[in-house]
Design a protein around this ligand. Structure first.
Ligand code: FE2
Ligand code: FE2
Length: 467
């Protein structure tokens, strides 16, 4: 989980010009959002990237291969939110805990995986709950259902990488992330050298990182040697040999590993993250956020459309609209750190669950502040549940303390949520949503922003309710 920032937000210093922003740094910073979705300690993808790039050195990969590998390692978990809700449904378990724990097991060992599976079913439930889930899992095709979890994750991740403009080698590596040398991996059961080399490197690098960070370096080394020839390409485990004694490499694990990663910035992709690329990244991560729950399908893009529509009517400048759109696309990125058991709960949340849910606004700020050029945006995005009368969260700010962009975001977020179906209620038709927004105008919500959004929605020809 991200560290929590308690103090009201401090504004960033100087804005960072896009021409000074390295794509590799933006991607590395955003990879922290994928780490928390996988239930891994923050920096997991960056540290996996360090290990993988050291393997690339040892293997003498070409600069094209190194570039594809670098981004595949950072973005390997782009599809990880896509199976979160299904994991909760299949196993009755917290997706973040399940994902964390399963990575420390040899899930390709069938007898062991069955024992682990039974242990992980409905951890808070009764033995009867566990039996019911086991029967349900059997009915739903057990192994096939689990394989589907991998399939969704790997293919979705590869598809988003391609949308971002990365090449087929990067996408193929992400697709093959969980394939094993002996053919017992998932989702395709590829074997040996049929698995793309970069995919084999991803599998070894991520597993070593997980063991090293969670259980220590000795445990990571024992695991790699034990799984040589089963999970991992033997040649890659052999190439790891000198790395185990490389204290500088493992020392980088104790701090912010992004500094050590700068030395591996790909030559051919020493790209600056221009406005187009920053927009594409925001759109890609909006997809990752929305995939976390079946109830938030297209929510982030819906909020962006509504916020920009209202902002245009209010006369915001093109630069302000660009930043508002990015803030809207990323406003719920903190939800990646909240369990799907809470996000998708059909009934009323307990006080504890509500507190966990509310943390997502703080996580949003924490995640986005790592991206230098998104610092101001991080502040605005984290305020989307604040209300003019001080009744909102996370900071309980009031009136003039809330910038216009945050007010617009709050109205657009409310509107899109009300127009969509939720586990606890149907989608509301636009006239009903309109009435609710107008009732809140001037107390919780900014009256000018509500008026602008209503004008935008009234003028829009598209049907507003989303089932
Ligand atoms: Fe939110
Ligand atoms: Fe939202």
């Amino acid at each position: 989980m991200p560290a929590i920032i308690d103090a009201p937000p401090a504004r960033s210093t100087l804005p960072v010009a896009p021409e000074r922003v390295y794509l590799s740094e933006v991607v590395a910073a955003l990879s922290y959002a994928l780490d928390i979705t996988e239930g891994q300690p923050e920096g997991h993808a960056v540290r996996s990237c360090l290990i993988g790039m050291r393997l690339a050195d040892a293997l003498g990969l070409t600069s094209t291969q190194r570039s594809a590998l670098f981004y595949a390692l950072l973005l390997k978990d782009l599809g990880c939110s896509s199976n979160a809700a299904r994991i909760c449904q299949l196993f009755g378990a917290d997706d973040l805990t399940y994902k964390h724990d399963v990575k420390l097991r040899d899930w390709a060992d069938f007898p062991q995986s069955m024992v682990d599976l039974i242990r992980s079913l409905a951890p808070d439930g009764s033995p009867l709950d566990r039996v019911a889930l086991l029967v349900k899992l059997g009915v739903e095709g057990g192994g096939a259902a689990v394989r589907q979890l991998f399939e969704v994750r790997c293919h979705r991740g590869a598809a988003i990488a391609l949308q971002l403009g990365f090449g087929p080698e990067t996408a193929a590596a992400i697709s093959a992330l969980d394939e094993h040398w002996d053919g017992r991996g998932s989702p395709a059961g590829l074997r040996g050298e049929v698995i793309p080399l970069l995919g084999r490197i991803l599998c070894l690098a991520q597993t070593v990182e997980i063991f090293a960070s969670n259980l220590g370096l000795d445990a990571a080394r024992r695991m790699a040697e034990k799984r040589r020839g089963t999970w991992f390409d033997p040649a890659l485990v052999d190439a790891m040999e000198p790395l185990w004694e490389d204290h500088a490499l493992w020392h980088a694990f104790s701090g912010d590993a992004r500094q050590a990663l700068a030395a591996y910035r790909p030559d051919d992709r020493e790209l600056r993250a221009d406005d187009t690329m920053l927009d594409r990244l925001a759109e890609a991560f909006a997809q990752v956020i929305d995939a976390k729950s079946p109830w938030t399908f297209a929510h982030s893009t819906g909020v962006a459309e509504k916020a920009v529509g209202a902002g245009t009517i209010m006369g915001l400048s093109p630069a302000e609209l660009r930043d508002l759109r990015r803030a809207a696309l990323l406003h719920d990125i903190g939800k990646l750190g909240v369990s799907s058991r809470i996000l998708d709960k059909p009934g009323r949340l307990s006080a504890e669950e509500m507190a966990a849910m509310r943390q997502h606004a703080r996580y949003t700020r924490e995640i986005l502040e790592r991206v230098d050029c998104f610092r101001d945006l991080a502040y605005v995005a984290s305020l989307h549940h604040e209300r003019l009368d001080g009744s909102g969260y996370p900071y309980g700010l009031r009136g003039a303390e809330l910038p216009l962009a945050a007010r617009l975001l709050a109205v657009a977020d409310c509107c899109d949520a009300l127009c969509a179906e939720r586990p606890y209620r149907r989608a509301l038709p636009w006239p009903e949503v309109r009435a609710i927004l107008l009732r809140e105008a001037g107390t919780g919500l900014c009256a000018e922003s509500v008026a602008a959004l209503c004008a935008f929605m009234d003028a829009s020809a598209a049907p507003h309710a989303r089932a």
